[in-house]
Design a protein around this ligand. Sequence first.
Ligand code: GTP
Ligand code: MG
Length: 137
Amino acid sequence: GKITLTMIKPDAVKNGHIGNILADITTAGFGIKALKLTQLSRRDAELFYSVHKERPFFGELVDFMISGPIVAAILEKNNAIEEFRNLIGATNPQEAAEGTIRQKYAESIAANAIHGSDSDENAIIEANFHFSGREVY
Ligand code: GTP
Ligand code: MG
C-alpha cells in the first residue's frame, strides 16, 4: 500500500523533537498528505488502541497517549507500512537499530516517540480516525 498513519507521541512533542522527526520522515522519502497538532481524549485513545485492551499495559498506554499534544500525519510512499516501520525501529528503543527514530528520540517502551500503522487496512482506519476528507491532500 501507499499510505501509513503516524503519530509523534507526547514524549517526543514535549522534548522538542517534532521538527527533527518530520525532517527524518521527509528525508526518507515520505510525502505528507495530512498533518496536524492535536490532543486525544481518553475515549479517543481507548478507541484507537482498542486492539490492545486486554494487554496489561493498556491503562498505561492510554494515560500516556492523552498526557499531552501529539502530531498526527498521513504519509505516502511505496510499501509505506514496512518502509515506515523500518524508519522508526523496534517498539522498545533499547532494541531499535542505530539511526532509527525510536533509537534517536524515544525514552522507553511506553514513551517511544512515534507510532506507525501495522497494516494497509489499519492505515486506512487510522487515517480516517484522525482526518476528515477536507484535511487530506
Ligand atoms: P505503535 O506503532 O505505537 O503501534 O507501536 P508498535 O506497533 O511497535 O507496538 P504495539 O502495537 O505492540 O504496541 C503499541 C504501543 O503500546 C507501543 O508503541 C508502546 O507505546 C506501548 N507498549 C507496548 N508494550 C508495552 C509495555 O510493555 N509497556 C508499556 N507501558 N507500553 C507498551
Ligand atoms: Mg502497533
